[in-house]
Design a binder for this molecule. Structure first.
Ligand code: PSV
Ligand code: MN
Ligand code: MN
Length: 426
């Protein structure tokens, strides 16, 4: 399914008058308060978030999976779906592949297809949490941390293969997430498992091209429920530091124990120049992978406050690899992603409205009440007209969910692909 320019223009015509009215009102108010609207809108336009290839099919739980039909069943179709998302939102200009689920059969063709849709290849993800067909070794008891050298070597080689695949497509980062850990006390020697992981990561790092980054993702539990080798940002940072300058910590919002202060983690990692990537989602309990901003939008805003501060004040930290890592069972996956993209842009726009100079002055004065007023003043602003403007300027639609439904995207995908489709992935 390809959305044509004319369809977008036609759709936007209907809402243009309302948009102009609400945009002018907001822009006026914000300009009076000293904000540069053009600057905010152009920052929103350039903020692009990668879509993971595994979020395009309906997710599932271990109890079941309920299809929305018309889901992509190969890499080409996944890229086409991201093309639709990008067409509508103009914020989904990248894809994050998972190997071996997404090995291209024809690299040139896949690159050409993505180029035509203006989609870049962001970080590539390795997979050592599932056994692969015909593999000689099993990851049942871990991969890079395994007590068996043969297993570790297989997992290292897989990561090197992933780098090679990503390189052919123009990726510049490898994301390593490990399921390694233990389910019962005594099962693992913590120190051996950590040291094996460090040594394995160093071997992978040696194969990393000069202009690449290695992103080390952490997670406290699941699938192992007693210990996880890379359980938190401290473990990730130690491992990244042990590898070298091109290795960074990756923060996934769902990978924290309840009530963790994620904004503080993000802030200090940027200070140390070690925040490399970010996976967006939301959660009530654990790694729920719910739609971004659906449960704790204020927490997301506070995280963006630190990210914006870091982008402005921490040149020692590189540009981040942004990705959505969410997928759900009861929503059309493309609608879910549209809502996530919107929530990310909204939090980013609100964070840009924080008067950093006033906040600093209030902090120095220890005016605690004023600090909160400044943050919440920005948070309570309805910034949606700014998002609409950014989409309009970039060639997207005023309201992506409405447009998606008005154009009957899912219906068309079902017509094209039929009902019996299942995306490879989690
Ligand atoms: C597993 O928790 C996970 O969701 C991690 O967040 C990874 O980023 C993703 O799978 C893909 O490997
Ligand atoms: Mn993740
Ligand atoms: Mn996860």
């Amino acid at each position: 399914m390809k959305i044509q320019k004319d369809q977008i223009l036609d759709y936007n015509k209907k809402g243009l008058e309302n948009h102009n009215e609400s945009f002018d009102f907001l822009a006026n108010k914000l300009t009076k308060n000293g904000h540069n609207i053009d600057d905010i809108v152009s920052k929103l336009v350039s903020f692009q978030v990668a879509i993971p290839s595994w979020a395009l099919g309906a997710g599932g739980t271990r109890f079941g999976r309920f299809s929305f039909y018309g889901e992509p069943s190969n890499l080409e179709q996944k890229i086409d779906d991201i093309g639709v998302l990008h067409n509508l939102t103009q914020t989904a200009g990248a894809v994050s592949l998972h190997i071996p689920w997404d090995i291209p059969s024809d690299y040139a063709a896949v690159k050409e297809q993505a180029d035509a849709l203006n989609i870049k290849f962001d970080a590539v993800n390795s997979n050592t949490f599932q056994d692969q067909k015909d593999a000689s070794e099993s990851y049942k008891y871990g991969s890079l941390s395994n007590t068996s050298q043969a297993v570790r070597e297989q997992a290292i080689q897989h990561n090197l293969d992933v780098i090679e695949i990503g390189n052919k497509l123009g990726s510049k980062a490898l994301t390593v997430w490990l399921a390694d850990g233990s389910c019962f006390p005594g099962q693992n020697n913590f120190q051996t498992a950590f040291q094996n992981t460090q040594d394995s990561l160093i071997d992978i790092y040696k194969g990393l091209p000069d202009d690449w980054k290695m992103l080390v993702e952490y997670k406290p539990y699941e699938p192992n429920f007693y210990s996880t080798v890379i359980q938190d940002w401290g473990a990730s940072l130690m491992l990244a530091n042990g590898c070298g300058d091109k290795a960074y910590t990756l923060v996934d919002l769902g990978h924290h124990l309840p009530n963790s202060n994620i904004e503080q983690i993000v802030s200090i990692l940027q200070l140390k120049g070690k925040l490399g990537g970010f996976h967006f989602n939301d959660s009530k309990y654990g790694d729920d992978d719910l739609t971004v901003g659906s449960i704790k939008p204020y927490a997301l805003f506070l995280i963006f406050n630190e990210l914006v501060y870091g982008m402005q004040n921490n040149p020692q930290n590189p540009d981040l690899a942004w990705m959505i890592d969410a997928s759900h069972n009861v929503k059309d996956p493309l609608e879910d992603l549209i809502q996530s993209l919107e929530a990310i842009q909204e939090a980013y726009a609100k964070a840009m409205l924080i008067d950093q100079a006033a906040l600093k002055a209030a902090q120095i004065d220890n005016d605690v009440v004023k600090c909160q007023e400044i943050l919440q003043g920005a948070y309570r602003t309805d910034v949606r007209p700014l998002l609409e403007k950014a989409r309009l300027n970039a060639g997207g639609v005023l309201n992506p969910i409405n447009a998606y439904r008005a154009l009957d995207v899912r219906g068309n995908l079902i017509k094209e692909r039929g009902k019996n489709t299942v995306a490879t992935g989690l």
